[in-house]
Design a binder for this molecule. Structure first.
Ligand SMILES: [Mn+2]
Length: 561
């Protein structure tokens, strides 16, 4: 098959050409390994009954017992969370859920800029002074062996709930209970839950112990499913199996959300709640929650869920301001990082001492996507330490890379796709060359962009978007389908958006008039000319704005016809 070289310097292989909907459906199911009727049914129509019992998770029984005794004895509990969306939603699930069950509970989240992830001794010291007897972590703590010892020495019990990969020799053995499906000997069938998924499991188990009847449980739990869905989608866990069920039902439930602050935020920024999908989480909700810890204070995001309604409008405006600043800072930092690109290097390290620690992840993630190699973006923290966010495209493991030279870091952690470290600023060059060497040895062939099918334009209609909705939510583990179109004749190219960094491409194909959106399309702008015929790769989704439904075609790539 002919390989196509794109304007974005990627490649794809021409897929099958399809003109009928049922053929296209077949291909889409086949590409997702959905081959028999049973698999197809359970994928397209997942059921809440398919969620696993929380008691299958190692540590659950012990953790629940300790928490219930804290509730009975009215001991003070602190939920120790994390500052990203997964951490914030986990924190809200536990704090709100425990309050509802009668607990005396508050929360603490470390600062993204000065503390980084995980339990911190100075925070534990503060907490201990407030007569706290129990700490429950969420989305963190799995490798905080020393900090848990510290808490325990201060007279506080710790229950760990987390989903991060356990590191050898860092097991928090002083914890009263460790709940993490990834830990050794945990036979829980689904290892891929997000932190918010694990928190949801804990609150489900607590509900089972606290209520006598199923009606009470059913009126208690669904609001936490909404949050688990937001955390899971934002944390990019694989949206298969249990995560798919959580995301699918949570998104549906969000349309009548329990959370007033979220409802108001969506009314302001999403034109209402009628249409909520994974993109709403990715583009509207998650950036605003994240902006609070990146630019301002994570408290603004958490209180949008836990605080009084009369302050929500102010909170939403504040989050918007943070988000706007976040966008501007990211744009500026991205431009600065652009000058540091080393052509064809197997690993890229970007550094600027003035970059905001909170936006490093955004710089790393955009560069890694564009360059298709692992990337670290670094800056100097307020306390003088070098701090970095790292991202790796599919096929590479960032955490394996960092582990390969762990002696260079004071602290590091993360997953295959995303990780981070903190260390002495003198170590920067050594880290750069160690990681360059590591990734040179596991250099991947550049992967072709997967195109499901080249379709005729008449297939782009409501029947197709309805089918795509059944396949959704898309994300990690369930790639959004990319379609191709041959011979699209460009009749107009418009620059749009406040920052002028999006394009609208208008033209015709087989007699049909179509328009495409290309977001962050600086790399395409100079290559698209009116009158040219091009090949277009794109995704198809439904967009509703103020009650008006539209099919939106988003460009993934463009090439010569
Ligand atoms: Mn997480």
């Amino acid at each position: 098959m002919k390989k196509q070289q794109s304007f974005l310097k990627k490649t794809w292989t021409a897929g099958p050409e399809i003109a009928e909907l049922d053929k296209l459906q077949e291909v889409l199911l086949h590409n997702r390994a959905l081959t028999d009727t049973e698999k197809i049914q359970s994928f397209l129509h997942p059921s809440l009954a398919g969620l696993h019992s929380p008691w299958e998770m190692k540590g659950m029984k012990k953790g629940v017992e300790r928490i219930l005794s804290a509730i009975t004895n009215q001991e003070r509990i602190v939920v120790f969370g994390d500052f990203d969306v997964d951490g914030v939603t986990s924190t809200v699930i536990l704090v709100s859920g425990l309050k509802e069950l009668g607990a005396k509970v508050s929360y603490r989240i470390p600062s993204r800029a000065t503390d980084s992830h995980g339990m911190k001794k100075h925070i534990l010291d503060e907490i201990a002074e407030q007569d706290v007897k129990l700490i429950i972590t969420c989305d963190c703590g799995m490798n905080d062996r020393e900090e848990v010892m510290h808490a325990s020495a201060l007279g506080m019990d710790v229950v760990i709930t987390d989903h991060h990969e356990p590191k050898p020799n860092e097991f928090p053995k002083k914890a009263v209970a460790v709940i993490n499906p990834r830990q050794k000997d945990c036979t829980y069938p689904d290892k891929d839950l997000a932190g918010a998924g694990v928190a949801f499991k804990l609150i489900s188990a607590l509900a089972e112990q606290s209520f006598d009847d199923i009606e009470s449980i059913m009126s208690f739990l669904p609001k936490y499913l909404e949050l688990a869905a937001i955390g899971s989608i934002a944390d990019c866990v694989s949206l298969q199996r249990e995560n798919r069920t959580i995301a699918k039902f949570g998104l549906e439930k969000l349309k009548t959300t329990h959370w007033d602050g979220l409802r108001m935020l969506l009314e302001e920024n999403n034109g209402g709640l009628e249409h909520i999908d994974e993109q709403t989480i990715g583009f509207v909700v998650a950036p605003r929650i994240n902006a609070s810890s990146r630019i301002g204070d994570v408290y603004w995001a958490v209180q949008l869920f836990l605080g009084n309604e009369d302050k929500h409008l102010e909170r939403i405006q504040t989050l918007d301001t943070f988000n706007q600043q976040r966008k501007e800072l990211t744009q500026k930092s991205l431009e600065e990082s652009q000058e540091q690109v080393k052509p064809d290097a197997p690993f890229q390290l970007f550094f600027h001492e003035k970059w905001e620690p909170g936006i490093l992840g955004l710089v790393a993630s955009r560069q890694s996507e564009d360059l298709q190699v692992p990337v670290a973006a670094c800056t100097i923290r307020e306390d003088g330490a070098l701090t970095a966010s790292c991202r790796a495209p599919e096929g590479y493991s960032m955490i394996d890379g960092l582990s390969s030279c762990e002696e260079l870091f004071a602290q590091y952690g993360g997953h295959r796709g995303a990780a981070g470290f903190v260390t002495d600023k003198e170590k920067r060059e050594a880290i750069h060359s160690a990681l360059e060497k590591h990734f040179a040895s596991c250099k991947q062939e550049k992967k072709d962009t997967p195109v499901e099918a080249f379709i005729s334009p008449e297939l782009i209609d409501a029947d197709l978007t309805e089918f795509l909705h059944y396949l959704s939510p898309f994300g990690a583990g369930n790639q959004e389908p990319i379609f191709g179109l041959h011979n699209f004749k460009i009749t107009d190219v418009q620059t749009i958006g406040k920052e002028r960094n999006h394009l609208k491409l208008i033209g015709t194909c087989e007699g049909a008039e179509l328009d495409f959106m290309a977001f962050f399309a600086d790399g395409l702008r100079d290559q698209l000319h009116i009158g040219d015929a091009v090949e277009v790769l794109f995704t198809i989704s439904e967009n509703v704005w103020k009650g008006e439904k539209r099919i939106q075609l988003r460009i993934k790539d463009v090439g010569k016809s």
